[in-house]
Design a protein around this ligand. Sequence first.
Ligand code: C5P
Length: 218
Amino acid sequence: GRSNELRGKKVLINAGPTQEAIDPVRYITNHSSGKMGIALAEAAYQKGAEVELVLGPTHLRPKFKGINVKTIISADEMLIQMLELFDSSDIVIGAAAVADYKPDEIKSEKFKKKAKDWNLKLVKNPDILGVLGSKKTHQKVIGFALETQDEEINALTKLKAKNLDAIVLNSLKISGAGFSTDTNHVIMFFENGIKKEFPLNLKTQIANQIFDSILELY
Ligand code: C5P
């Protein structure tokens, strides 16, 4: 059954990749499976929260029917959904691997291959969590960071820049941690300077540990 720890709390999570269309048949995306964000949504639901999950293109779905899933394709669509749900949320977690760039235009017809090279122009996507962090009032806002170098410094820089309450650092260097695996190893940095390491474990267990730590903020 569900517990009471998060009863009365509204939890908003985004997860999965985004897809940025080039033309009707092509797009840009990344390797995110959405597993960590879905595990977080399930953990929050099991702790009694009301959960909204804004999910990018992945075939995975949360196992509980009570979780409200809003599927989106692009970063722009994800931002719109997150903004719509933000004000009424208490805890917001950005676990999505938002594409950093999108094509400067979406061609309405399939781009025909030619003899010469194709120069595709990319423009920056909105920083969804940055936008939400800057609008923060009563919410606790938690982000993720995936770094391959200067991990801790970069994670702390993002924590500050996006006005977050905590950031969860995923290390690609640790085997069993990362994209499509069922396991993860993370370090969580809090705005108040506290640091907690959760060693290699199932993403479902890591999700519970993350929420237990968020609850300590109350
Ligand atoms: O800036 P960086 O991509 O490294 O930060 C990662 C965190 O920011 C993640 O929580 C991710 O969901 C979020 N993010 C976002 N919008 C972007 C890029 C990242 O919300 N365009």
